[in-house]
Design a protein. Structure first.
Length: 295
């Protein structure tokens, strides 16, 4: 820090102290700016890492080429990075495990939980694809590592294309949407249960329903039914079901686009929470081997 003038001046001790304080302020601002740049770089890396954890287009296309399955997804983190995560795993030559999870909070703290959760799911899926068993395993792991007050909601389902059934279980998730076949209407799948990570001995139960050609499953986190914030969200589970039942039969991408177009019908609408949605449809095409790809 320096002071320049056109003529020599005498500096008092008070002047020197003032300049010293100003110099300290300048250094603090420079350090703060440098820290902001470093944080921006770290946030960019974190966003890239979180996006990499989500199923990529190549992986989804590979699964679709081996299974009678059509998948479309939508993901948006409120702060660029957040606490939502979804995944798809082929656990058997004719079976696919699909899930959507939502951690409390937003930003980097929630994203760290999703990173840990991603590895937990991958390990657990190699041992079981039974939804209730999966939730029990994940609940035990999360109960050990999550701080008090943090938890995750999750809905998971195993699609068995040979048996034409779907087995599902919920851990505190909102009602999800399911259609048995192309001839049926969408209905709500609601199963009261505790979120993951709250109580070590929480009980989770599976249910099995038919999943035939033309059948569909729409998974979503609560950002979809909390935009804008209650009491005036655009969607409720019932209005979402009504929208899909009024829509002519289409593929997974068309159903997904129908929902997002209705949600963001005005450009000014912004999500108030992380939002994830997955549409999975039974295409009825012959089954080969869903495991015919690199995990």
């Amino acid at each position: 820090m320096c002071a320049v003038d056109q003529k020599a001046r005498a500096f008092t001790d008070s002047d020197v102290q003032t300049l010293t304080k100003l110099a300290g302020v300048a250094v603090s601002l420079l350090k703060s700016y440098r820290a902001t740049l470093d944080l921006d770089d770290q946030l960019t890396d974190a966003v890239a890492l979180q996006e990499k954890m989500l199923p990529g287009n190549a992986r989804i296309e590979h699964i679709q080429s081996a299974c009678p399955l059509d998948v479309a997804s939508y993901y948006k983190a409120r702060d660029g990075i957040g606490g939502d995560i979804w995944g798809i795993e082929a656990t058997n030559p004719q079976r696919v495990f699909l899930y959507a999870a939502d951690f409390t909070g937003h930003g980097i703290a929630a994203a760290l939980n999703t990173a840990r959760f991603h590895s937990f799911v991958h390990i657990a899926s190699q041992r079981t694809d039974k939804p209730a068993s999966m939730l029990r395993r994940l609940n035990e792991r999360l109960r050990e590592v999550l701080p008090v007050g943090q938890f995750a909601t999750m809905f998971c389902a195993t699609l068995d294309f040979t048996a034409k059934i779907m087995e599902y279980a919920s851990a505190g998730s909102p009602p999800q949407l399911y259609r048995r076949s192309s001839e049926e209407s969408f209905e709500l799948l609601s199963k009261p249960s505790l979120p993951l990570g709250i109580m070590r001995d929480a009980v989770f139960e599976s249910e099995t329903v038919p999943f035939e050609p033309g059948g569909a499953l729409v998974l979503y986190t609560d950002g979809l039914i909390e935009t804008p914030r209650p009491p005036d969200p655009i969607f409720t589970p019932d209005s979402l079901r009504a929208l899909l039942n009024a829509f002519p039969r289409g593929n997974a991408a068309e159903l997904s686009n129908k929902i997002t177009s209705a949600l963001f019908f005005e450009p000014a609408i912004e999500v108030d929470d992380d939002l994830t949605m997955i549409v999975a449809m039974h295409t009825g095409v012959g089954v080969e081997s869903c495991l015919d790809y690199e995990i």
